[in-house]
Structures are given as structure tokens and as C-alpha cells.
Design a binder for this molecule. Structure first.
Ligand code: ATP
Length: 320
């Protein structure tokens, strides 16, 4: 094949607990990650230029070697230099729908799509765990984004235990276009303010992280009970982001006050906020109510839902 088009879904965090600080500088986390149907499209095209080139329709997204999609292609070229020189270059077109710097793993899911797409383009036949291992070197969320669905993520987010799929939980998602929260800032501030409560012993760190497996949120997911899931939403980073970003706090409170909203939470390090609602029709009503309350065009609003998959192949076009 000469070209592949892939769909790269965003994720939300149904649960994010910061348990401690690891010797490697990362945080020990217990998270529940959930794919949603808000997605970017990644088109990969084998080129004759022997270069990696990235094109993107979003002005905030770099197209140089700082783009995570570029870095994923560069990683594959480094891992498989003979195949790379045999196949030539790669053109990557990123069609962005996922809000940027939103806590929705937009860059990570693009990188995951490039890994999956190049594996196909170059006929490498890599296994899922080989792709996940490569992805982990690019970012903690990349391994999850490959297969997606509903997953417990521990360690720094790269140790994955899939849960039964949680389709069709309806959501409204909101993000101010011009508002960005730096993920390193959020974790650093959390450490400064709440680090004294961290679990210090390495064994206890792992045990605490693993406790998520038998926790209330997992039980609610196993029951596929949207109302119970909504009551158990948790994100430690809200403790630092909400006080520092009044607009995010306002959104969070506005969602909570809407009729039909079962639960609301900030995703990842924010600033996107989501609300769980009972149906698609209810989601449209809540979206409209938020729009009426905040007519500011800087506020992006989406009706979306949970899905059971990560990267999807849309089509392959080839001459072989
Ligand atoms: P996470 O949830 O994994 O912390 P995020 O959703 O908060 O990620 P991204 O959308 O990945 O954040 O963007 C973070 C920064 O990365 C942006 O400021 C952007 O300039 C840069 N970036 C690099 N590559 C990409 C990409 N392919 N898509 C989006 N942003 C990218």
C-alpha cells in the first residue's frame, strides 16, 4: 500500500489519582482512561523524498520535529533504517478535530496512529505489545491510544489493564480555545502543594496504585452504570487547576448545575471539562444551555460518546 488513512480518537480520564513521586522523576498514577469518538484523521503517504513531512490544519500545532506524529515517524525510521531507506519518505497529514493542549491526549493519539500506520505501510507485522513499547518511549499516553477502549493505567500511565468496553455513554465536552494548561506545571504544582501526602515506600506505591483495580469506579464500570460512574469521577489535578483557572472552575460548576448532568470532571491536566448525560438528546440540550450561558466563541463545545477502540484504519490505497 502507498497510503493509509487512520482515525485517532481522543481520551478522557474517568479517574486520575496521583499516588507518589517515582525515583525516575515521573509520578506513580492510578488512572482509568476512556476513548471517545471525538477524533483526528491521520493520512500517511509514502513519498519519494526520503524525508518525513507533517501537514496540519490547526495553527497551534507545530509541523516540525516537535510534532508527536513526526517524532513517531522518526522513531520508526530509527528502529527500521533499512526499511525506511527502501520505502523512502513519509508525508503525514493531521486533520485536527481534537482540541489542542486540552488534556485529551491529542498529540499522543496522533503518534499512536503514525506507529500503527507505518507498521502497515512498511509491512512490519509488529505486535500490539511491540507497538505499545515503542509508543511508551514517546509519551505515557501513547500505549493506551493504540488500542484504546476503557483501561486501567498505572505506573506512569503505561501499564495497561483493559476493562470491559463502555460504549455509548453520552458526553458534552467543553474547552476554551485560547486556554492552555501545561501538564508539567500541573504535576509540579500538585507535588508542591500535596506532595507531603505521597506514599514514599516503593512497594506501597505500587500496592496503592493497584488498589484502583478493586475500587468503586471499576465496579461501576463493570456494572456499565453511567449514574454510578458519574458519582465516582475523580481527578486529583482539579485541586491545582481549578483554583488557578477560574474559567475552568466556572465551566465545571455550570455543568454541575445543569438538569440531566449525571456527573462532571476535568480531563487529565485540563483545561477541558466533560459532563456525563443520559442520552444524546440530553447532551444536545446541555450543550445548548452551556452555549446560551457562555456565548463566548472562544468556548468550543462537543457532543461525544465513549467508544471501545483506539486507532482505526479508515482505508489503505496502494499500487502493490
Ligand atoms: P495530554 O492529554 O497527553 O497531556 P494534551 O491533550 O493536553 O495531551 P496535546 O493536544 O497533545 O495536549 O498538545 C500539547 C502540546 O503539544 C501542544 O501545545 C502542541 O503544540 C504540541 N503538539 C505536538 N504535536 C502535536 C500533535 N500532533 N497534536 C497536537 N498537539 C501537538
Amino acid at each position: 500500500m502507498r497510503s493509509y488513512s487512520l482515525i485517532a480518537p481522543a481520551k478522557i480520564n474517568l479517574y486520575l489519582e496521583i499516588i507518589g513521586h517515582r525515583p525516575d522523576g515521573y509520578h506513580e498514577l492510578a488512572m482509568i482512561l476512556q476513548s471517545i469518538d471525538l477524533a483526528d484523521q491521520i493520512d500517511l503517504h509514502a513519498a519519494s523524498t526520503e524525508a518525513i513531512r507533517v501537514y496540519c490544519n490547526h495553527p497551534q500545532v507545530p509541523t516540525d520535529n516537535s510534532n508527536l506524529a513526526y517524532r513517531a515517524a522518526e522513531l520508526m525510521a530509527r528502529q527500521f533504517p533499512d526499511v525506511f531507506s527502501n520505502f523512502g519518505g513519509i508525508d503525514i497529514t493531521v486533520t485536527k478535530r481534537i482540541p489542542v493542549a486540552a488534556g485529551l491526549a491529542g498529540g499522543s493519539t496522533n503518534a499512536a496512529a503514525v506507529l500503527v500506520g507505518i507498521d502497515l505501510l512498511w509491512n512490519l507485522g509488529l505486535t500490539k505489545s511491540e507497538l505499545e513499547e515503542l509508543g511508551a518511549t514517546l509519551g505515557s499516553d501513547v500505549p493506551f491510544c493504540i488500542s484504546g477502549g476503557t483501561v486501567i493505567a498505572t505506573g506512569r500511565g503505561e501499564q495497561l489493564s483493559p476493562l470491559p468496553s463502555l460504549n455509548h455513554i453520552h458526553l458534552v465536552l467543553a474547552k476554551y480555545r485560547s486556554l492552555e494548561v501545561s501538564t508539567p506545571w500541573a504535576y509540579k504544582t500538585y507535588r508542591q502543594e500535596f506532595g507531603s501526602s505521597y506514599v514514599k515506600n516503593t512497594e506501597d506505591l505500587v500496592a496503592r496504585a493497584n488498589a484502583v483495580h478493586s475500587g468503586e469506579m471499576v465496579k461501576a464500570i463493570l456494572d456499565k452504570d453511567a449514574a454510578k460512574i458519574s458519582q465516582k469521577l475523580h481527578n486529583d489535578l482539579e485541586k491545582v487547576v481549578l483554583p488557578a483557572y477560574p474559567k475552568v472552575l466556572q465551566l465545571r460548576e455550570l455543568f454541575a448545575s445543569q438538569e440531566g448532568v449525571l456527573g462532571t470532571m476535568m480531563s487529565g491536566s485540563g483545561p477541558s471539562v466533560f459532563a456525563i448525560v443520559e442520552s444524546k438528546a440530553q447532551a444536545e440540550i446541555v450543550k445548548q444551555q452551556i452555549r446560551t450561558a457562555i456565548p463566548d466563541e472562544d468556548l468550543e463545545l462537543f457532543v461525544t460518546q465513549t467508544i471501545a477502540n483506539g486507532i482505526q484504519i479508515l482505508q489503505g490505497i496502494g499500487d502493490r
